[in-house]
Every structure is written in C-alpha cells, then in structure tokens.
Ligand binder design. Structure first.
Ligand SMILES: [Cu+2]
Length: 136
C-alpha cells in the first residue's frame, strides 16, 4: 500500500514537472514570436528631415525584430546605412522592387537585429529621410 502511494506520488510529480517544462517552452516560443518592435513611416515623410520614421531612434534588444510599416501614401524604402555610403543596403534593404518593396500604404518590412550596436538607415528615394536602430 505504501509503495503504491509512493509510486503514484512520484508519477504525479513527474507529470506536473514535465507539464511545467512543456508550458514554459511554449511560452518562451510565443514570446520570441511576438518579440517585435514597430516603427512607422509617417504620413508626409517624403518632405521630412527628422521623425519621418517614428520612433527615432528606436531602441531594441539583441534578437528583436523591427517591423516598419509604411503609413504614407508615397513609396519608401528602409535601407541600412547612410545615403550614398558604400555599405548602404548591405545589412538590410526593403528595396525598390520585389515582395518587400514598400510601394504604398500598409506595406511592411522587417529585420531581426542579432548584434548590439547603432544602425543608421534611410530611404533610398528620399535621402533626407533617415533613422536609427539602437540594439543593446
Ligand atoms: Cu521615401
């Protein structure tokens, strides 16, 4: 009788433990999937020299994903680096064509930042439109 109680207790504790590990794993996964930070390309940003991307700078943690949404009626890009620099577009670029091109309102582009640092970016069509991502 005592052995049976011990057996049932150990089984129950093991079951609860595995359940907790399973739930915890799923929660971690759900958090990682939802770990996105939004930046808006605001209406009228074609003629703005600051705060065309909002917030600016945007602060994120290593591993987080920035999701830019074009809330303007004009075509914009999210292009890494500063305008005219040799490394422009090397790290990320929504581009001028293809599925990631932010041709109009509601278009989104995202990039996951895997290393800490400060990352300038700009719009290839409106070089005065610049922003920065600070990853810590
Ligand atoms: Cu633009």
């Amino acid at each position: 009788m005592t052995n049976k109680i011990i057996y049932l207790s150990v089984s129950l504790i093991t079951f609860v433990g595995l359940l907790a590990i399973g739930l915890n794993g799923n929660l971690d996964k759900a958090f990682a999937q939802g770990d996105k930070v939004a930046v808006s390309i605001v209406p009228g940003s074609s003629s703005l020299t600051k705060n065309g991307y909002q917030p600016d700078p945007v602060q994120v943690k290593v591993g987080q994903t920035v999701v830019w949404t074009n809330n303007d009626s004009a075509f914009h890009t999210v292009t890494s680096g500063l305008p005219g620099q040799p490394d422009a577009g090397k790290l990320f670029d929504s581009g001028l064509q293809g599925p990631t091109a932010m041709t109009g309102k509601g278009k989104t582009f995202e990039h996951t930042f895997d290393t800490a640092g400060e990352f300038d970016y700009h719009c290839a069509l409106h070089p005065a439109l610049v922003g920065k991502v600070i990853v810590s």
